[in-house]
Design a protein around this ligand. Structure first.
Ligand SMILES: *Cc1c(COP(=O)(O)O)cnc(C)c1O
Length: 393
């Protein structure tokens, strides 16, 4: 097993990899097998009963997938972790495991679009009430939690305007109310923010984003308290939203470089936010690393880096935003984030496509907003690309 004295970089490279690996391989192999065969029924039964180590069927467990879960567990400083086919599978399996008809969940208005759909459409169908507080209304969030709820679901920084929730404060209120806290740590990554060290019970990720980091594999992961993770894992075994061995392999390969990638993405985003702030064609910039950000001091107190995603409104309407995006030559026009490639897009056609103009206005999302997820390209090239595209605004 991995020792705790390993630094983050070492954990990312070696964590969770029990040596020797199969047949002496230097890297974790893809165990591309649905079932696992046993020499006799007795040893199969021992594994099935949990009396001996061994995989039975890949919907339940798989050796490649297990290494991915263990690496994320170590990076998030969690007791246990389990994985899923996507980030939304991680989030929905977790909420459907922990909540029962009649329960109440408290969250914020700015959660990821799919998560918000769970709160507004699917959980209410099962008699579960979701109370969504304006993101950034710290006192309102305290009050909603204090009224009593089973689960407090937090996400910070938020999508797409990078609002910040005070994790220490919200978690303390939740503990007092006897609620379970879940934090979506996708935007921050365990390199920039460790919600479990701040008291959260559970952390969820879209591993599709920064964990994998190459925009080539879908996945999700849940890490945190062992008793809760094991309940959710049991639900997932039956629900079937398991991570494939091949995706786990790609995510593992990506995870090895997460510390280096995120350091570069943090730096690129900070430089880009500074460059855009005050540019004549830019109306406003949203990045928690800017001192002018409303909750910069909270961000600085709970994050060791401010992340690779920023957003900004160009001057003008949606057409101006479209002209800017269409003129980009280095950044790709794509819906995802957290990749080594810089990705840009309008929330209007990605994360908040289902909202009306009025709903987006209510969430404080300008129609000319661009979400910009920095990759690891050289900053001078990114700046030149954005500079020439802004001329088309
Ligand atoms: C993308 C994303 C999700 C959903 O993850 P998928 O892997 O696309 O299912 C959840 N939360 C956040 C913050 C995301 O960015």
């Amino acid at each position: 097993m991995t020792s705790t004295y390993f630094s983050t970089g070492s954990l990312a490279v070696r964590g969770g990899e029990e040596r020797p690996l199969a047949l002496g391989s230097a890297q974790v192999p893809i165990f591309q097998s649905a079932a696992f065969a046993y020499p006799d029924i007795e040893s199969w039964l021992e594994a099935a009963l949990g009396n001996a180590a061994g995989d039975i069927y890949s919907r339940n467990s798989n050796p490649t997938v297990r290494v991915f879960e263990e690496k994320v567990r170590l990076l998030e400083q969690a007791e246990a972790a389990t994985s899923f086919a996507s980030g939304m599978a991680a989030i929905s399996n977790t909420l459907f495991t922990l909540l029962r008809p009649g329960d109440r969940v408290v969250s914020v208005t700015d959660t990821y679009g799919g998560t918000s759909k769970l709160f507004l459409e699917f959980l209410p169908q099962m008699g579960i009430k979701a109370d969504l507080v304006d993101t950034g209304d710290h006192a309102g969030l305290d009050a909603a939690i204090a009224r009593g709820c089973k689960v407090v679901y937090l996400e910070t920084p938020t999508n797409p305007t990078l609002k910040i929730i005070d994790l220490r404060r919200a978690i303390a209120t939740a503990k007092h109310a006897g609620s379970t806290t879940i934090v979506d740590n996708t935007f921050a990554t365990p390199i920039n923010q460790l919600p479990i060290s701040l008291g959260a019970d559970l952390v969820v990720h879209s591993a599709t984003k920064f964990l994998g980091g190459h925009d080539d594999a879908m996945g999700g992961v849940l890490a945190g308290r062992a008793d809760l993770v094991s309940q959710v894992h049991h639900y997932r075994e039956i629900n079937g939203a398991c991570l494939s061995a091949f995706s786990a392999y790609l995510l593992l390969r990506g995870l090895k470089t997460i510390e280096l990638r995120v350091a570069r993405q943090n730096a690129n985003a900070m430089s880009m936010a500074r460059f855009l702030n005050g540019h004549q064609a830019v109306e406003s910039v949203f990045y928690p690393g800017l001192e002018s950000h409303r909750d910069h001091s909270i961000a600085a107190s709970q994050m060791s880096g401010f992340g690779g995603v920023l957003s900004f409104a160009v001057k003008g309407d949606f057409d101006a935003c479209k002209r800017f995006l269409n003129a980009l030559q280095l950044a790709q026009r794509a819906a995802s984030l957290g990749s080594v490639n810089t990705l840009a897009g309008p929330p209007r056609t990605t994360s908040h496509v289902e909202c009306s103009i009025e709903e987006r206005a209510k969430l404080g999302i300008p129609e000319s907003l661009v979400r910009y997820s920095c990759g690891i390209e050289g900053f001078d090239d990114l700046r030149a690309d954005v500079e020439q595209a802004l001329k088309h605004v």
